[in-house]
Write a protein that binds this ligand. Structure first.
Ligand SMILES: Nc1ncnc2c1ncn2[C@@H]1O[C@H](COP(=O)(O)OP(=O)(O)O)[C@@H](O)[C@H]1O
Ligand SMILES: Cc1ncc(COP(=O)(O)O)c(N)n1
Length: 274
């Protein structure tokens, strides 16, 4: 069996719960060889973001060439891209290397409020990156900014998904983590024809740092293994649900999820925490 390979293009989270670190952990747990192209270094922990240090676009381009020319990823995901220049480089390289299994997680703002994408880059994402995406996975605030509409109801989420499919993205998942705390966690999936609703109970916890990164990395891992987008997204939902439910409870603030949990449950381990 040849190992499948996935590349994440994202920022580093020194705290290990989100960004590149969450992505690589997720790839590894799902049996996929993980590779990374860094866009920025963040000084970050469960309490917040203490510093953001973007890389030059040129440094991102060189990393993408290194991976593209030799290793040939079976799927690629993007996370924090920071600037319009980096977004353009990623779009250009995705076309150059024909990365069709492209998952775009349009990371914009950390849960504590720190900006991870410059405002002027939002339009660049819409015009250059979304048309190349197999799957795009905005949370509700990101979907609002990408579509220029307010989203409070399920109907508005469906309307936003329709608009996002019009950009050329093949599948849109508008995640429900930011919906009302009284509602279950429902992710709305749209393929341009039909809506599907991936629903799970909302877990009452503040340890949700990196949920979006982990979810989109799991989607990319599924695509890398040749699964359909539907199957990859369904597995990603189960992966993140287990990771949130069996939280690690580390750090003094919004802690990371438990990337071990999904596989430990599958192995039938009694205590799911390591
Ligand atoms: N409290 C929660 N309980 C259950 N699932 C959650 C919870 N918070 C987020 N999720 C799930 O985690 C994934 C990421 O969602 P979300 O938090 O909206 O993304 P982001 O991290 O990009 O803000 C989605 O599948 C969502 O349904
Ligand atoms: C480097 C980096 N990338 C992304 C996120 C978003 O995290 P979340 O998945 O919780 O929205 C983050 N906090 N840091």
């Amino acid at each position: 069996m040849t190992i499948k390979k996935a590349l994440t293009i994202a920022g580093s989270d020194s705290g290990g719960g989100a960004g590149i670190q969450a992505d690589i952990k997720t790839f590894q747990e799902l049996g996929v060889y993980g590779m990374s192209a860094l866009t920025a270094v963040t000084a970050q922990n469960t309490l917040g973001v203490q510093g953001v240090y973007p890389l030059e676009a040129e440094a991102v381009a060189r990393q993408l060439d290194s991976v593209g020319e030799d290793l040939g990823p079976d799927a690629v995901k993007t996370g924090m891209l920071f600037s319009p220049e980096i977004v353009r480089i990623v779009a250009d390289k995705a076309q150059q290397y024909q990365w069709r299994n492209l998952v775009v997680d349009p990371v914009m703002i950390a849960k504590g409020g720190a900006p991870l994408l410059q405002q002027e880059a939002v339009r660049t994402v819409v015009h250059y990156l979304l048309p190349l995406a197999m799957v795009v996975t905005p949370n509700i605030p990101e979907a609002e900014l990408l579509t220029d509409m307010k989203i409070t109801t399920l109907q508005q989420r469906e309307e936003a998904a329709r608009r996002l499919v019009q950009t050329g993205a093949r599948y849109v998942v508008i995640k429900g983590g930011h919906a009302a705390e009284t509602e279950p966690a429902v992710d709305v999936l749209f393929d341009g024809h039909e809506f599907m609703y991936l629903e799970s109970p909302r877990i009452p916890t503040r340890h949700t740092h990196g949920t979006g990164c982990t979810f989109s990395a799991a989607v990319a891992a599924g695509l890398a293994q040749g699964h359909s987008a539907y199957d990859a997204i369904r597995t990603a939902k189960l992966f993140i649900q287990a990771a949130i439910e069996d939280g690690l409870h580390i750090g003094g603030g919004h802690g990371p999820t438990n990337h071990f949990a999904y596989q430990q449950r599958k192995r039938g381990a009694g205590d799911v925490r390591p």
